[in-house]
Design a protein around this ligand. Structure first.
Ligand code: AMP
Length: 221
């Protein structure tokens, strides 16, 4: 089975939800550059200070910042058996940076060990999904106020913590993030296809159905 999974798709396409499930199922880490960057912002690191301005505008954080954050993470012991990348790479230059990092660490190669899963979903639906997204700051569970609401409004079903909305899930920043996605990230579809590692997933379906289809893609190969 492949060891490196790259989840590719527009913001709000459900990558995070499926990554968490797959991470539990395969016992490999879920690496999400958005969360790593937000942690740097919270900790007020030098990288976090640079990242904040870009995140607030819905733009991509510069390559040197993201590469540094991701490289540090991939060198950790728990990545030895594989990992799921969610939100990285997000441009061709980041995919090339990933190939170099893999070459340096010598564990895996994109061509032989990676599978890119493209979450295909109508982007118009997604702006609404993003605006309605809430998450638990304690256990990380993700909800959607319309399609997957918590049992008690605004409180986590699992740990009863008050849910939060990400600062960049407002409409203006959400729209900017889609423009960035179309311009910078979408070209990765052809890039991974040419490399022969692309699989497509219809992500315009209920969560459980997407999960079943994802498992088929992963375990069938
Ligand atoms: P996400 O949590 O994946 O939606 O990411 C939130 C924001 O973090 C994005 O809109 C970007 O500003 C930034 N970000 C996350 N991952 C990357 C990446 N691979 N490259 C550049 N910026 C990123």
């Amino acid at each position: 089975m492949k060891k490196v999974f790259i989840f590719l798709g527009p913001p709000g396409s459900g990558k995070g939800t499926q990554t968490s499930r797959l991470s539990d199922k395969l016992s490999i880490p879920h690496i999400d550059t958005g969360s790593l960057l937000r942690k740097n912002i919270e900790d007020k690191t030098q990288l976090g200070i640079i990242a904040k301005g870009f995140i607030d505008k819905g733009q991509l954080v510069p390559l040197h910042v993201v590469s540094s954050v991701i490289k540090e993470r991939l060198l950790k012991e728990d990545c030895k058996n594989g990992y799921i990348l969610d939100g990285f790479p997000r441009s061709i230059e980041q995919a090339e940076a990933l190939a170099s990092i893999l070459e340096e660490t010598g564990e895996f190669t994109l061509k032989n060990d990676a599978m890119a899963v493209y979450f295909d979903v109508d982007t118009e639906i997604l702006v609404q999904r993003l605006i309605n997204r809430r998450s638990c700051p304690n256990c990380g569970t993700i909800y959607n106020l319309t399609s997957n609401p918590p049992k008690i409004m605004d409180y986590c079903d699992i740990c009863d913590t008050k849910l939060v909305q990400r600062a960049d899930d407002n409409e203006q920043t959400a729209r900017a993030r889609f423009e960035t996605y179309e311009r910078e990230t979408k070209p990765l579809y052809d890039y991974f296809k040419q490399l022969g590692i692309l699989k497509e997933l219809d992500a315009d379906k209920p969560i459980l159905e997407i999960w079943e289809n994802l498992k088929e893609l992963i375990f069938e190969q």
